[in-house]
Write a protein that binds this ligand. Structure first.
Ligand code: NAP
Length: 239
C-alpha cells in the first residue's frame, strides 16, 4: 500500500541520529525517498544503509557552500527537516563569543541560508520543518543561548512562511525528549533528570522520539498548516 509520503523526497538534516533519525525512519516507512544530510558523511551513510530507499549527502548547516552544493546535487526535494543544533549551555559569565555564533549558525543562520538555496528546488506543495525548543519559553540558567536561539527559530518560521509561500514552513518545539542525546550524561544522572522533568510536565512523563516523529510526519502532510510552531512538551510551559 502506498504510504502518505509515497514518491516524495525528504531531506533530513541531522538525520543520522536522535530525533533526526527517528523522523527519517518514519518518513521512510511512509514511503518517502529519504536523504540523510549530515556533516559526518560516514554516520549518514550508515544510517541510510539501514533504511529502505534512502541515501546520504554531505551537508554542514554552518557552512553555506555545503548547503548550496547539496541543493545543486539534489535538484528537487519535497520536504526539508532540520534538526541540527550546537549547544553552549553555560552561565552568562562564562559565555564565549564563537560558541554563541556557532549556536546561532546551527539553528537560525543555517536554516535561513538553507531557505535561500532550497526554495528554488522545493516543490510548491512541499515544506521546511525547523526545530525550536521549550527553553525559549521557560527561562532557566544556564540555558540563555539555547532559549534565545530556539526563540529566534519561532520568529523565523512565520517570516519564511510568508516569503516562501506556497511552500509551507513550520517548527516543532520539543520539551525534554529521550532522543538519545542525553545518554552522554550517564544512566544515573539521566534518570534523575528525567524524573524531575516528568514531575514538571502536565502529562507526567518525558517525551519520546515517537512523540516528535508523529508530529513531524503530520506536519509534512498538513497542507493547510504553515507559519506555526507546534509545542510537543506535555504542557511544560504551564507546569
Ligand atoms: N531532545 C530534546 O530534549 C530536545 C529538546 C528541545 C529541543 N530539541 C531540539 O530538537 C532538535 C534535535 O534534537 P536531538 O535530541 O535529536 O539532539 P541533538 O543533539 O540536538 O542532535 C542534533 C543533530 O544535528 C546534527 N548536527 C549538529 N550540528 C550540525 C551541523 N553543523 N550540520 C549538520 N548537522 C548537524 C547532529 O549530528 P552530528 O553531531 O553527528 O553532526 C545531530 O544529528 C535540536 O534542534 C534540538 O535543539 C531537542
Amino acid at each position: 500500500m502506498a504510504g502518505k509520503l509515497s514518491k516524495q523526497k525528504v531531506l533530513v538534516i541531522g538525520g543520522s541520529k536522535f530525533l533526526g533519525l527517528a523522523i527519517a525512519r518514519r518518513a521512510s516507512e511512509a514511503g518517502a525517498e529519504v536523504v540523510i544530510g549530515a556533516r559526518n558523511t560516514e554516520l549518514a551513510a550508515q544510517a541510510a544503509a539501514n533504511l529502505p530507499n534512502a541515501s546520504s549527502i554531505h551537508l554542514d548547516i554552518t557552512d553555506e557552500s555545503t548547503i548550496a552544493a547539496a541543493a545543486a546535487k539534489l535538484g528537487h526535494v519535497d520536504h526539508v527537516v532540520i534538526t541540527a543544533s550546537a549547544h553552549h549551555n553555560v552561565a552568562v559569565k562564562d559565555l564565549e563569543h564563537d560558541k554563541i555564533v556557532t549556536a546561532f549558525e546551527a539553528k537560525v543562520i543555517g536554516p535561513m541560508l538553507l531557505a535561500k538555496h532550497f526554495a528554488p528546488i522545493l516543490s510548491p506543495k512541499g515544506s521546511i520543518l525547523l526545530f525550536s525548543g521549550v527553553a525559549a519559553w521557560t527561562p532557566a540558567p544556564p540555558y540563555t543561548v539555547m532559549g534565545v536561539t530556539n526563540g529566534a527559530v519561532a520568529f523565523l518560521v512565520p517570516q519564511l512562511a510568508k516569503e516562501l509561500a506556497p511552500i509551507r514552513v513550520n517548527a516543532i518545539s520539543p520539551g525534554i525528549i529521550d532522543s538519545g542525546t542525553y545518554d552522554a550524561l550517564g544512566e544515573q544522572v539521566k534518570k534523575e533528570m528525567f524524573e524531575s522533568v516528568a514531575k514538571s510536565s502536565l502529562v507526567g512523563r518525558v517525551g519520546t522520539s515517537d512523540d516528535i516523529a508523529d508530529t513531524a510526519l503530520w506536519l509534512l502532510g498538513a497542507g493547510n498548516v504553515t507559519g506555526e510552531t507546534i509545542h510537543v512538551e506535555g504542557g511544560a510551559r504551564f507546569a
